[in-house]
Design a binder for this molecule. Structure first.
Ligand code: TRP
Length: 453
């Protein structure tokens, strides 16, 4: 079943930058703009940033390159890729876990993206008022299933529309316009934020390390953040890599994507902390930073409505270019392995993912009595993905290349240069030893925390 005629007409990126922007689009998402600033805020600002940069270099980049090469070599979806490199062995299950993970992530990612769409709309048509209680308002939004269903549906329709149009006319075209737009809009928000009187304290928080807030947990948060932000552990980068034609610059492409992703996360810090500090709010207050603190901040600053609109638009765009990469994993699998045509694959998987997101919405209203391991439904999806599925997928993919395919064979197969060169050996060492050890550590401590903490 694995090798049907679809592979003969498999699409590929039309330009080198097409892949780089698409992969950066996948990487840059809610993780950079919503999650990174609040995790950094809780973990001591610049101190977290420094630790995060090290984990990106030692764990994120090598794993990103790994997934990219697995796709590039096999030109297949995650299931087909492992099957092609290890015929007859059960490694294809790693690919299957990835497809399942993509399905689960998109089902709740789309719900959170729906919140961003709602706030974009809200900034445009109503603006923000200093008198409002944004914590109560956020609470009332997430407990309104009607509004949320509509936003979730709109987001899924956008993803299906882009993916139906194909790799070149859909994904590549979309990121070609949206990624530069995202950067320009982000810079506009930063200019507004850093020119507020008192912004300096926020900049200092983000640039001057506060080591007193660094604990063992900070390192674990940094590793988990590197995984999520680079879209690792479930075959999204593998799938995008499978549309690469044979060329020699895989290591450079990977470096560019990782640099863009890290750059946007840092820019998000500069967009958020100066305004938060200047207007007297707390930076260390957790996930509500984007949806509770920021509306209150925008309500209190000059041109706040425009800044708020642009900020939430940036968040929505970033979510869309990530959402399409998640859907593409499922669609590539349905096309390659099940022989579906692209449009049918996109529509049917989009529909099922939409349905799977509904419980995550209802978890805040009609089904708020449902608790899974003490969490509401959306948090339990997120926990399952971040604490179990992604680390497990990343671990198995690293072990596969480290011990089955091997770094030196990968270097030859993908023309990375001399397989005996120092950097290939370092890469091989990282994926064989350091990365598996680090991943096992975060999984064990995450699980122990949940069940015994
Ligand atoms: N990287 C995206 C973000 O930071 C989220 C994302 C997209 C993702 N595709 C993924 C996360 C695949 C894990 C795996 O928001």
């Amino acid at each position: 079943m694995g090798n049907n005629s679809n592979n003969n007409q498999r699409e590929g990126w039309s330009t080198r930058i097409g892949f780089v922007l698409a992969a950066a689009g996948s990487a840059v998402g809610l993780g950079n703009i919503w999650r990174f600033p609040y995790v950094a805020g809780v973990n001591g600002g610049a101190a977290f940033l420094l630790i995060y940069l090290v984990t990106i270099g030692l764990i994120g980049y090598p794993l990103f390159l790994n997934e990219m090469l697995l796709g590039r070599k096999t030109q297949k979806n995650p299931v087909g890729a492992f099957r092609a490199l290890a015929p007859g062995a059960p490694w294809w299950l790693v690919g299957a876990l990835g497809v399942l993970t993509g399905f689960v992530i998109l089902s709740y990612y789309s719900v959170v993206a729906g919140w961003a769409l709602h706030y974009t709309w809200r900034a445009l048509f109503e603006g923000f008022s200093p008198a409002a209680d944004y914590s109560a308002e956020f609470g009332s939004l997430i407990s309104s299933p009607g509004t949320l269903l509509l936003c979730h549906l709109v987001f899924m329709i956008l993803c299906v529309a882009v993916i139906s149009a194909g790799v070149v006319k859909g994904i590549e075209k979309c990121v070609f316009y949206l990624m530069p737009l995202l950067l320009v809009l982000m810079v506009a928000v930063i200019v507004r934020a850093v020119t507020i009187p008192g912004a300096g304290r926020g900049i200092a928080f983000f640039l001057r390390p506060d080591w007193s807030r660094v604990t063992a947990g900070t390192f674990l948060d940094a590793i988990a953040q590197s995984f999520f932000t680079l879209s690792l552990g479930m075959g999204a980068i593998l799938t995008y890599g499978s549309y690469l034609r044979r060329r020699e610059s895989a290591a450079r492409d990977a470096l560019e994507v990782v640099a863009m992703d890290t750059g946007i996360a840092i820019l998000a810090g500069f967009a958020i902390f100066p305004a938060v500090f200047a207007l007297g709010f707390e930076a260390a207050q957790g996930p509500g930073l984007t949806f509770v603190t920021l509306p209150a901040v925008f309500a209190r600053m000059a041109m706040g409505r425009a800044a708020g609109f642009v900020f939430f638009l940036v968040l929505s765009i970033a979510a869309l270019t990530s959402g399409i990469s998640l859907l593409e994993v499922v669609v590539a699998w349905a096309m390659d392995e099940k022989g579906l045509k692209r449009f049918r694959a996109a529509l049917s998987s989009g529909f099922v993912i939409f349905l799977a997101g509904i419980p995550a919405i209802l978890g805040y209203s009609g089904w708020s009595g449902v608790r899974i391991l003490g969490m509401d439904i959306l948090d339990s999806y997120d926990w399952l993905v971040n604490s179990v599925f992604l680390p497990l997928g990343g671990l198995l993919a690293a072990l596969f290349t480290g011990y089955v395919w091997t770094a030196s064979k990968a270097a030859v197969d993908c023309e990375l240069g001399d397989p005996a060169s120092a950097w290939i050996r370092i890469w091989g060492f990282l994926i064989r030893y350091l990365i598996p050890a680090a991943i096992i550590l975060i999984m064990v401590s995450g699980l122990a925390n949940k069940f015994f903490g």
